[in-house]
Structures are given as structure tokens and as C-alpha cells.
Design a protein around this ligand. Structure first.
Ligand SMILES: CC(C)(COP(=O)(O)OP(=O)(O)OC[C@H]1O[C@@H](n2cnc3c(N)ncnc32)[C@H](O)[C@@H]1OP(=O)(O)O)[C@@H](O)C(=O)NCCC(=O)NCCSC(=O)C[C@H](O)C(=O)O
Ligand SMILES: [Mg+2]
Length: 285
């Protein structure tokens, strides 16, 4: 079976918040993102960097993938962040406001053979240059695109509203470019903290639009993301039916077969295997 790592729920927290770091070690999210960028005030940047490195070295996050979001390389803190994170053992370094492949190349030079890069896609320039950024993945160890919907909406001057319709063409381009380059694609955050139905609806959009998971800002958002991005019992059953049908001797060598009244092709078998791999990985937690 294909091995796959679920990234259904990726929780940001300010690395300057010791209580949140402690809490993250117990929360049911797949990814923890210690933020050094927008959630941290300028006068706390150095202390937050030290706290993030100490948290990574201290461990205790179990199955959770521990990612650190650095400040952009062109800020007063970016170079020191990358120097500190190079040998830290973080699962990835998330770079904000990546707008060109050159930013990834520079960050890779600073990190050496350190952590893989994840890139925030949150500027208009990045959207226009997405294929070039995605093409730099192999040379720079880029493994994921993470959408920054707040920054994007600000730059575009659009109003996403409840439907996020103005962002749909952009989000679709991010998914396309990520798939082209074999990258993980994580949807942007939902700013609504106290209404799980709203969070769940956004997660559902992200799933339907092709994302692997959603970035989150509060523990109360985790359950909805995990629920939505975990294959449902019906999806698992359907995937198993497809696998079983293709395994029947009578279907050997066939590219298209009938399963429960529907045409199913080898591409659906591939999808089915992916669904089962995710379900299996989630169940192993
Ligand atoms: C948004 C918050 C500032 C809300 O804070 P607050 O109202 O104080 O939270 P609560 O009182 O409801 O907290 C309850 C308990 O949960 C813990 N908590 C809260 N948030 C987190 C978290 N993110 N991770 C871990 N634990 C968290 C509190 O400590 C309480 O615990 P306890 O003491 O046991 O009761 C706050 O939630 C927050 O800071 N969220 C993260 C903000 C952040 O990281 N922002 C930056 C990333 S988002 C972004 O930049 C997106 C992108 O770039 C874009 O452009 O869109
Ligand atoms: Mg942002």
C-alpha cells in the first residue's frame, strides 16, 4: 500500500506563546506550525525564534509534523531565522510571501541540507508566477504550497465573504501548480473562531477544490478539518469495491470495468488506493 502522511489539519500558533506551544503537544492536529512571522510582534521576534528552536529540539509533539514559519528573507529577521532553523531538526521551514523562485533558491542556500521548504502563496506576483515557483521545487527542496488567504485578499482587494468565490480561481491555480510539481497543497485559514459550522463548510470547500488539508488558527477548528479531510466510511467502502473489482481474475488486463452500475477505469483504481492509504494512515494514529 502507498504510504502517505495526512496533513488534514495544520495549526498555526505564535512561537512567542509558551502556553500554546505546550498545548499543541496534546492537540489532535496533523501539523503544528510555530509562527515567527505575522503572529509575533517585532520586539518579540528574537525570543520567539529561540522558543521555536527550543520547542523543536525539546520534541514531545508525537505524530505531529513540526513546521516553523520564518520571517521573509527580506525582513530584518529573515536571515537569522533561517540560520537558526538550518540545523534545528524542524520537519519543514515555511517561507512567507514567496513571490519568485529566487526566494526559494536563496533560502535553500541559507538552510543547506537542512529542512525542506514549504512556501506561502499569498501575493499577486506568486499567483502570476506559480508555474516558475513550482518548477523550482526539485532544485530547492520545496515540498508544499500553503495559501495565505488573508494576505491574498488584502493584495487583490477582494472580499471573499462566506462563499470565498473571488478566491476560487486563485485557489484552483495553486492546486494545479502543486499537483503539477507533486507538492502538498494546504488551504488558507478561516478567521471565524466560534462557529464550527463555518469552519467545516470552508474545510469542505478546500477538500472539494483539491486541497490536502487546511491551515487553522485555533484548537476549536481542528476537529472539523480532521473530519472533513478523513475519507468517509462510504468513500472507503467504494475504494475497496474498486480494488476488489480490479483484482478479480476476469478483470485482469482490463482498463475499464463496471462496478455497481458505474464505469471505473485504472485512474479510479489509483484514486481508490490513495483514499485507502489516507484512511489507513489516519487509523494508525
Ligand atoms: C486567535 C487567537 C489570538 C485567539 O486567542 P484567544 O481568544 O486567547 O484564545 P482562547 O482563549 O479561545 O484559547 C483557548 C485555549 O486554546 C489555546 N490556544 C488558542 N489558540 C491556540 C493555538 N493557535 N494553538 C494552540 N493553542 C491555542 C489557548 O492557549 C487556551 O488554552 P488554555 O490556556 O488551556 O485555556 C489565538 O487562537 C491565536 O493566537 N491563534 C493563532 C494566530 C496565528 O498564529 N496567526 C498567524 C498565522 S495565520 C496567517 O498568518 C495566515 C496567512 O499568512 C494569511 O495571510 O492568511
Ligand atoms: Mg500571510
Amino acid at each position: 500500500m502507498t504510504t502517505i502522511r495526512p496533513r488534514r489539519s495544520a495549526l498555526y500558533l505564535p512561537a512567542s506563546n509558551a502556553r500554546a506551544i505546550e498545548k499543541a503537544r496534546t492537540l489532535d492536529c496533523d501539523v503544528v506550525i510555530l509562527d515567527l512571522e505575522d503572529a509575533v510582534a517585532p520586539d518579540q521576534k528574537a525570543a520567539a525564534r529561540d522558543a521555536a528552536v527550543a520547542a523543536v529540539r525539546g520534541g514531545g509533539f508525537g505524530h505531529r509534523e513540526l513546521v516553523v514559519r520564518a520571517n521573509a528573507p527580506d525582513t530584518p529577521w529573515g536571515a537569522d531565522d533561517l540560520a537558526a532553523l538550518a540545523g534545528s531538526g524542524a520537519a519543514a521551514v515555511l517561507l512567507p510571501k514567496v513571490s519568485a523562485p529566487a526566494t526559494l533558491v536563496e533560502a535553500r542556500a541559507a538552510l543547506g541540507d537542512g529542512p525542506p521548504l514549504w512556501a506561502m502563496i499569498e501575493t499577486c506576483r506568486a499567483i502570476v508566477d506559480l508555474p516558475a515557483i513550482a518548477d523550482a521545487a526539485g532544485a530547492t527542496g520545496l515540498a508544499a504550497f500553503v495559501v495565505g488567504t488573508n494576505d491574498l485578499a488584502k493584495e487583490m482587494r477582494c472580499r471573499p465573504g462566506a462563499t470565498r468565490a473571488p478566491l476560487l480561481p486563485v485557489l484552483t491555480q495553486v492546486v494545479l501548480a502543486a499537483r503539477m510539481a507533486g507538492l502538498i497543497a494546504l488551504d488558507g485559514v478561516c478567521n471565524v473562531l466560534d462557529d464550527e459550522a463555518v469552519v467545516e463548510a470552508e474545510c469542505r470547500q478546500g477538500l472539494d477544490w483539491g486541497f490536502d488539508g487546511k491551515t487553522l488558527i485555533h484548537p476549536a477548528q481542528i476537529a472539523a478539518a480532521n473530519r472533513v479531510f478523513t475519507p468517509s466510511a462510504a468513500e472507503v467502502e467504494w475504494a475497496q469495491a474498486i480494488e476488489a473489482a480490479f483484482a478479480r481474475p476476469g478483470n485482469a488486463g482490463r482498463g475499464a470495468i463496471r462496478v455497481e452500475g458505474k464505469m471505473v477505469e485504472l485512474l479510479h483504481l489509483e484514486e481508490a488506493r490513495r483514499t485507502l492509504a489516507i484512511a489507513h494512515a489516519v487509523a494508525r494514529r
